[in-house]
Design a protein around this ligand. Sequence first.
Ligand SMILES: [Mg+2]
Length: 164
Amino acid sequence: MTEKPDVNQDQGWYYLRGVISRCHETAKRKGWWEKYKYLSRTSSDFQELLPDIIGSKLCLAHSELSEALEEVRNGRGPKEVYFSHTLMDEGGVRYTSEEKTMKVERPDGSVAYLKPEGFGVELADAVIRIFDLAGWLGIDLAELIRLKMEFNETRSHKHGGKAI
Ligand SMILES: [Mg+2]
């Protein structure tokens, strides 16, 4: 068996912890945890709401995987990344345009940032949402990934003959 990496010393695990923290900090800054910030974590209200909060966040993570499936259903290649934005034609009808880059220059010279889309982007969204939830709950997901991978290394081929 390989030597157990130290999540505090190994740079890869250390940086993963930083990424997890950043995912949660960004979500907090964008207001996704605002409604819970006045709830004391030791209150009975918090304990009662916790399963619902976790449930809704898990549903959102799962919705990203459904979006990934939709990309496949729409015939997109797994590595395809595109950037979309909604525009309005001269008649006031909204339509979606696709670009090859995230930044585009508007007719007035200002820069617009377009939303990245594609199968891989949706996988990234799912991971970002999971990291956000783990960050909010104070779960050391980097350490748990290391722990689970250490165990997976010890498992038998196809975990004892499972089909998938
Ligand atoms: Mg998404």
